[in-house]
Design a binder for this molecule. Structure first.
Ligand code: ADP
Ligand code: MG
Length: 683
């Protein structure tokens, strides 16, 4: 097989390599290294310099050194368990090579008497003699030894030597691809080819040289391929022809006039963008991105309303049952009586469910709310025209694509997220969708005042709460999720509940991960109806729910949370017109770094800014839990350090889209870098 210029070679199993048997291959597989391509990104961590050789008389004990010697004599004792020895010399002295558990034949082969041999290893001194024990770097060809040898963070069971052998073998057989990038792009990286970049990447002296052209180019390839696949998906979805929706804009405006507030400009703009999509003959695949409390729900309900008035059905999916119910109730309140609204929940009885399913199928129901349950196979629509998905920032590209397919070609898709992400990541995470952004918060909304307090000063907090309660206000008290143990997490919430109950009898309720769904709903409804004042909970209140009367949130052990998460939690309050407060509690005095983080939160109420800063401090994977969610993790590229490359890739994608450039030449790039199923029908 001719491997040159063939990307298949890089995608083949590691067994293809000389010296890699099933054992080594399975060890690597455990580390998710399945192909030759995968192993290219296992970079050396450091290197051992074996390049300079010493004379025996100058050897330094305890250090790794390289010598060239001539073997003189074998000493192979006939007694079991004694090591074999080889006496060796150079013109300045003598050294003994000591072998435990090595066959005589092997020793004779690697250290033939009278031949010049180069060795490298850690030098010992024992009974007045220099010694080298079980030397691994041995060759008649001194140039093979006198090098810088990479050290990798090794997979157990695979030696450094084998690793280096594997890598050098691969580097020799690297395909020479036709350049896939434009001349313009290549200029930015001094025209270094992919092939040469990989070679440079593995040179010992290049370890950690993140700013060099080879590293930048490879990081760019990675970013660019992600963007390109996203862009292709978007193009593909947008090409799908659908029946245009036709609705009376008057009805929309009538609904708006009943709201009791006026929409913000960003809300209006989002609605316009969505309406253009609904009215067009191309399928909508749009993300509505807006900070907590920016008022996305009403925008999505207007889209639903317009879709229903076009004679189509709508499926509205929320991440939790509580949230689904809240949206359902809001729709009941806003929509006119002739629109039939259903809610499906895990609790729905068999008979109820049957009716719900029937009504959907015969189009008696116009809109249904629920959790992911609404996408079960048995749920069928007569004429589904819009899927709305709330708070699903953790859906990956794959899941979204499936959803879009599931609705059928006449079905538009609107996703919503309250998780603002740094600008550089928009294309990475949401590049497959069109984007509407709500930056502006509703007018009367005041920023939440944010304070930090040491746990010792809890009495101050209690006093503050009393005052707020006297004004008729409600309070969230959040206990952190301690990841190591779910049990402790409950306990800390239960403890706090007991403590507060003593101070405020009949005014406290508790929610934690073990509370049943039924119970949860009862408690939350009682809280909504102001039946009690303090809701102690673990982080389950994080998503979406709207409690306009709650205006204080206490977050315990606040350093357990990321900034974006704290911002989300804080967003639970400050929704009414009252002054609201967020108190972050800490166990001990804050370090300077922690202070910096908390200050970002105190000084800004803008989720976009906070997420940028959070990313700078904590890195990309951590900020939004993307690491767990299967959203692409880069191997080289880093959204904080390679900001410029992300922007460059975005620009290049736009150029390719605008000039309708054929993407055939990117085939090897896409095949290698993005092996998601998605691309099967693209490249
Ligand atoms: P999110 O974007 O976080 O989903 P919601 O849609 O739940 O936010 O809206 C939060 C609160 O703000 C709700 O009580 C909603 O009625 C209210 N709201 C939405 N838009 C406006 C507006 N333009 N003016 C005032 N209040 C608004
Ligand atoms: Mg919401």
């Amino acid at each position: 097989m001719n491997f040159k210029s063939n990307y298949q070679y890089l995608l083949s199993d590691l067994n293809k390599l000389k010296g890699v048997g099933n054992k080594t291959a399975s060890l690597l597989k455990k580390k998710k290294i399945n192909t030759i391509f995968d192993i290219l990104w296992k970079l050396p961590k450091s290197y051992t310099d074996r390049s300079k050789s010493s004379k025996i008389k100058d050897l330094k004990i305890g250090e790794i050194q390289t010598i060239t010697i001539i073997p003189q004599k074998y000493q192979f004792p006939r007694i079991k368990n004694l090591p074999n020895r080889v006496i060796c010399k150079d013109d300045t002295g003598e050294i003994e090579c000591v072998f435990f558990n090595s066959y005589e034949g092997y020793i004779k082969k690697i250290l033939p008497i009278g031949n010049e041999i180069t060795l490298s290893g850690k030098i010992k001194y024992f009974r007045n003699k220099y010694q080298l024990t079980n030397p691994k770097y041995i060759s008649e060809d001194s140039s093979l030894i006198k090098q810088k040898h990479n050290t990798y963070s090794l997979t157990e069971g695979i030696s450094e030597k084998i690793y280096n052998k594997i890598i050098s073998q691969i580097l020799q057989l690297l395909p020479d691809f036709d350049e896939w990038h434009s001349e313009e792009i290549m200029k930015k990286f001094d025209n270094i080819s992919w092939n040469n970049s990989i070679k440079e990447l593995h040179k010992p002296q290049n370890i950690g040289k993140f700013k060099e052209n080879f590293y930048q180019r490879l990081a760019f390839d990675e970013i660019f391929s992600t963007f390109l696949v996203n862009s292709e998906i978007r193009k593909k979805i947008k090409k799908i022809k659908k029946i245009k929706k036709k609705f009376n804009i008057k009805k929309q405006n009538e609904l708006i006039s009943t709201l009791g507030f006026s929409l913000t400009n960003d809300q209006k703009k989002a609605i316009d963008e969505i309406n253009i999509d609904l009215l067009s003959s191309n399928k909508m695949f749009r993300l509505l991105q807006g900070d907590v409390g920016s008022g996305k729900t009403i925008v999505s309900l207007l889209a639903a309303h317009n879709t229903i008035n076009s004679g189509f059905q709508v499926a509205f999916m929320a991440p939790t049952e509580i949230l689904a119910r809240q949206h359902y109730l809001l729709a009941k309140k806003l929509f006119t009586k002739n629109i039939n609204i259903a809610l499906i929940s895990g609790k729905s009885k068999y008979q109820e469910k049957k009716v719900i399913l029937e009504d959907l199928l015969n189009h008696k129901t116009n809109i249904i709310f629920g959790t992911h349950a609404i996408f079960q196979k048995k749920i069928e629509f007569k004429k589904l025209g819009l899927i709305i998905i709330d708070e699903q920032h953790k859906f990956g590209v794959n899941q979204r694509k499936k959803l879009s397919d599931k609705g059928g070609k006449n079905c538009d898709v609107l996703l919503m997220t309250a998780t603002p992400i740094p600008r550089t990541l928009t294309m990475t995470i949401y590049g497959d969708m069109d984007l509407s952004i709500i930056r502006e918060k509703p007018k009367m909304r005041k920023p939440v005042k944010t304070y930090s307090k040491l746990e010792n000063n809890i009495d101050d907090i209690i006093r503050f709460i009393k005052k707020e309660m006297n004004l008729g206000n409600q309070i969230f008290w959040v206990c952190p999720l301690i990841e190591e143990s779910k049990k402790i997490d409950h306990q800390s919430a239960i403890k706090k509940y007991e403590y507060l109950k003593k101070i405020f009898p009949n005014q406290v309720s508790l929610l934690h991960g073990k509370t049943s769904i039924d119970e949860k709903e009862i408690i939350l409804n009682r809280f909504l109806n102001k039946k009690f004042s303090i809701l102690v909970s673990t982080t389950i209140i994080e998503v979406g729910i709207d409690f306009p009367n709650a205006n204080v949130i206490i977050i315990e052990n606040a350093n357990k949370f990321g900034l974006s998460q704290l911002h989300q939690l804080r967003g639970r309050v400050g929704r009414g017109s009252k002054d609201s407060t967020c108190i972050l509690m800490f166990k001990s005095n804050l370090s300077d770094n922690a202070k910096k983080r908390i200050n970002i939160l105190k000084n800004s109420n803008d989720g976009f800014i906070i997420s940028e800063e959070d990313m700078k401090l904590r890195g990309f994977g951590d900020i939004l839990g993307f690491k767990q969610s299967g959203i692409k993790n880069f191997r080289l590229a880093d959204p904080v350090h390679n900001n410029d490359l992300f922007l460059l890739a975005e620009k290049e994608i736009k150029r390719i889209e605008n000039t309708k450039e054929n993407i055939g030449k990117f085939k090897p790039l896409i095949k290698l870098y993005d092996r998601a199923d998605i691309i099967n029908d693209i490249a």
